[in-house]
Design a protein around this ligand. Sequence first.
Ligand code: FCB
Length: 390
Amino acid sequence: MADIRFPDGFLWGASTAAHQVEGNNVNSDWWQREHGHLPGAPVESPSGDAADSFHRYPEDMKLLADAGLNSYRFSVEWARIEPEEGFVSRAMLDHYRRMVDTAYELGLQPMVTLHHFTNPVWFAKAGGWLTDAAVDRFARYVEAVLPVLDGVDLVCTINEPNMVSVLADPAVGFPSIGLPPGVPHVTDRLIAAHKRAVDVVRGVGSRAGWSIATQAYQPEPGAEHVAAEYGWSREDVFLDAASGDDWVGVQAYTRTRIGPDGPLPIPENAERTLTGWEYYPPAIGDGIRNSWARNGLPVYVTENGIATADDKRRIDYTRGALEAVAATMADGVDVRGYLHWSALDNYEWGSYRPTFGLIGWDPATFERRPKPSLGWLGEVARRGAMPPAG
Ligand code: FCB
């Protein structure tokens, strides 16, 4: 079998989110939840120092660049930039600006996410996304971040607004299969906040989009309308709302099969990853195709990866995913980049056990331990081509 080739200029990178790698994000709602100061399900472990990437980002970015990648997606932390309503920290803006500059110095194109799940405590206490004031509060924050974005081409306004919406109502528990439905008034506010942010960041010349968690809803024969209805509040409304943006971020990890009564359990004999999700590398292809059909926008894969302790399996998964990406491109979909989740092992929202990283680290010293998968993906990036398995 021949190599699978990717176009020149394709973005090859890895992604992180501030709260998951920086450490000590003490003014965020997540930190307060982890320590029982804000409501929410108890967590297995708090985030603590995380990977201390707050201090070690130059080393982290250099590892990515040296491996052959040309892009790094990271988020700026609202809870650090505006730790009290109306106080904007110049020092934190400078910190994130240094991250952007460091990326450029290393030959990495930065993709900057403005909101990746965490909120400042004051915002959460004032009702979070459950109150109309959220939209103005977010827009003000985005204005404040502009000095960081000067010259940044790709800005992701909100990461996985669909997950923010499905998790917004604390009264609705998490079902054992599938996801709760999106909360309509939260969805509306997220869309409004996104549109405001798009206008603001376009004003400084950035290209704006948001990144959607796709679940590859696969109907059993005859359950097509069930799948369509199931997917609407959880995914499709957000893909439709991207229309008019400059690009869309598609993220995928696994699939959800849909029967006549809704989501089906993962088959007993299916391989599962450390998050308990079905091992299903082609999921990203389903997500890309769904996005393309709904909004026709250029796609960046902004997250895709696997929680595993077996790095060989990470390479297998990524190869399978890239085959699916290439197949969508062969069918004419405008895919412009692939950013793997994640650059580093990180805090997976309650636990450090699911390891998604291309780079591991020593929990006592933070010493970085690049995995073979980083070298593998970097080599694909350098060559712009992926060799067949074997
Ligand atoms: C996505 C999140 C990301 C990470 C991965 C595994 O839903 O955007 O922060 O937790 O899943």
